[in-house]
Design a protein around this ligand. Sequence first.
Ligand SMILES: [Zn+2]
Length: 374
Amino acid sequence: MTGIDHTHEELRKTLVALTRDLIIIPGTAGRPEDLAQGLEFIRNHMESLTHIQIHDYLYNNTPSLVVLPEQLDTPEILLCGHLDVIEHPDIRSYKSEVRDGRIIGPGAGDMKGGLAVLMELFRNFHTRYPEASLGLAVTTDEETGGESGIGHIVRHAGLRCAAAIIPDGGSLNEITVEEKGLIHLRLITRGHAAHAAFPWYGRNALEHLAEKLDRIRTFFEHLRDDTEDHWYPTCSATIVTAPNRTINRVPDYAEAELDIRFPPPHTVQSIVQDVKGVVGDSVELRIIISAEPTHLSPDPLFLSVTEEITGRPAGLVRISGASDGRFLAHHNIPVMMSRPRVGELHSDEEWIDIDSMVTYYRICERYLTLKLLE
Ligand SMILES: [Zn+2]
């Protein structure tokens, strides 16, 4: 492998091999040793380059890696990817196959295929132009909020860039311009335990909670509208627990977790106030993580390069999910978020289209050339 001026076929092969190598390392929040191994794999790929500096970060047991050209601390463009994937119950799921022009396997689309493109871009670009102002950041906690990965690198370690490329949303010709805000909210109810044969002696915390959850559901149903991209607040109850393990005992404690997504003009504060208003004082609310809606301000040049390379119009889209882009956007750093064609995200059948990986590579390559060399 020359690492320089790949032909289409060479690039295709390299990207497929890299993606599949990344998929077999599971790398979920529950398997920290795999995350470390994944970063080691990336480091091994980067260490063959001369004139680079590699920074390791560890925050809240979350490792991340930043690769920069020697003597350069603030790159013009930062390529950002995450290595972690979501937890699948069966460890044997973490494998891949190539079928129908796709790589299929957990994390193929979100975002090991995208990360493979970034790694290859960085390696090739740096090999050709060691002075080019380009950086690569790889984190391991995007699926669990990103606070300790890119959040830490930007907030505490102070890494800055003029713009960032994050292939973790949108599609090849769909560039993300807005992301909904996010709240993970815990609801706690307390009651009084009693023998379940004599419920009148107790206050059932679980039933109380269920009633409140029902009211919250009704409240959010009323916020729905018919925008095609579902640009309204949503709320999903995702976890309900009561420590009670006795079937004939009225539980005195219960909790539920909600995943709430919202566009402007709603804010974290206004949504929490809304929920408070719905459930009243008998329910304790705790915010686990929160993020305001984000405007990503992609560079118009990235749009025109996308159109030039794909030969098709590119559009700006709003997405319901939140990404690591918000930590950069918070510092007014424009974020380019599009990606190869992907599907079935977070399932065993997750896929990425191989030709679109090559096209995405070419889009980024052209954009970097225009931004950094001309
Ligand atoms: Zn992702």
